[in-house]
Design a protein around this ligand. Structure first.
Ligand SMILES: *Cc1c(COP(=O)(O)O)cnc(C)c1O
Length: 365
């Protein structure tokens, strides 16, 4: 079983295409595979060979607007094993809407939301039917699903063949997926404020497009080289308001009990985990605010801090370093509210807690 967040493409993928007649069509494609048991017994060399076949898409053009100029977008979402043996997706309709917005934002035709949800369900269902899915383990309940496994689905867009500057008029979409094992984090949860800029007014910070990832990955690597786990971005205009982590939204619980996260706009990615956490906090009676928050306010008034995103759900930040100054939150430990929010989110996703808001979508109707 794959551990952590490494790529092990599952056999069934979905490929959609915006055709010359301006309609979307799609199909499920079965890539080369053996049984899960046979694959587990393969040597490393054999495994890599099979994975290379699975990660090869001869139907896609290699030279295009996406590979040359970053004119592509993507999504990330998860399916969770349930006690009754079924699998459920977390809010795929929201990912579908965001993918549609991202494609429109790139001046391409948007992949329809209903087709998106069907494709996400279908890919997980077909892999399950072939035996490729994590099975619910009651032992996960003991650590509130921190050790829980899931399926990560990665839909992405790509353009038709092209070399000149332009936008995709006949894009395609691919839904690939991989198993995600227990997510063991490296040594620390320290964050460093970067002086790099992720997004700016008039830019593409509000859509989940490939190009947005270049600067954050560089900033995260620089932070890691200095011994931090995460890079935090400030706004481009004033260089003083919190924006996001490297690929995650940021929250600060103030000493007065208010949970604050930067308000959405041109430069903030509308995270689905962000939206869900705001709802869960409100359900708990916590006062929430979506507004500008300066780095000074976060460092002097914050009692807990965390970043949110599909990969980890919620990761607490033990400290923020900004220039010469470092602020430690909750003595460097995960705070009570952070813990409660993470446990509630995971409890809903793995079916231990009631899904009051209708967030979970079974992959079999
Ligand atoms: C994907 C992403 C997030 C998190 O979004 P989720 O829907 O919660 O996974 C946050 N910030 C950026 C920049 C992202 O690309």
């Amino acid at each position: 079983m794959a551990k952590g967040f490494t790529l092990a493409v599952l056999p069934w993928v979905y490929i959609g295409k915006y055709n010359e007649d301006e309609h979307w069509t799609g199909e499920y494609v079965e890539k080369p595979h053996k049984s899960p048991e046979e694959e587990a017994a393969l040597s490393e060399e054999e495994r890599q060979k099979l994975q290379a076949q699975r990660n090869s898409f001869p139907e896609l053009p290699l030279v295009n607007y996406t590979t040359q100029y970053g004119m592509g977008c993507f999504e990330g979402m998860k399916a969770f094993p349930q006690k009754d043996g079924s699998l459920k997706l977390f809010r795929p309709d929201q990912n579908g809407e965001r993918m549609h917005n991202s494609m429109i934002g790139l001046k391409s035709p948007g992949f329809p939301v209903d087709m998106f949800v069907e494709a996400a369900k279908g890919v997980v269902r077909k892999n399950q039917e072939t035996g490729f899915y994590p099975k619910y383990d009651p032992a996960w309940e003991k650590d509130d699903f921190l050790s829980g496994e899931s399926i990560y689905i990665r839909p992405f867009s790509y353009s038709e063949p092209a070399i000149g500057l332009g936008v995709a008029k006949h894009p395609g979409v691919v839904f690939a997926s991989t198993m995600v094992g227990a997510y063991f984090k490296p040594g620390n949860n320290k964050a460093l404020v970067t002086d790099k800029i992720r997004a700016f007014k008039g830019g593409t910070g509000w859509i989940k497009c490939d190009a947005n990832y270049v600067v954050p990955i560089l900033a995260k690597k620089e932070a890691e080289a200095k011994g931090y786990m995460e890079a935090i971005f400030l706004d481009a205009e004033h260089r003083s308001y919190l924006e996001e982590g490297s690929s995650s939204n940021i929250f600060v619980l103030l000493k007065d009990g208010t949970l604050v996260t930067p308000e959405l706009g041109d430069t903030i990615l509308p995270g689905i985990t962000r939206k869900s956490i705001l709802q869960l906090a409100q359900d708990m009676g916590v006062k929430t605010e979506e507004r500008r928050i300066s780095i000074e306010e976060a460092m002097s008034e914050g009692q807990e801090c965390f970043v949110s995103g599909t990969a980890a759900g919620l990761s607490y930040i033990e400290s923020i370093t900004y220039g010469e100054k470092t602020s430690v939150f909750n003595k460097g430990k995960m705070g009570e509210l952070s813990k409660q929010l993470l446990n509630t989110l995971k409890g809903i996703q793995y079916g231990k807690l009631e899904d009051k808001h209708g967030w979970m979508y079974p992959v079999v109707d």
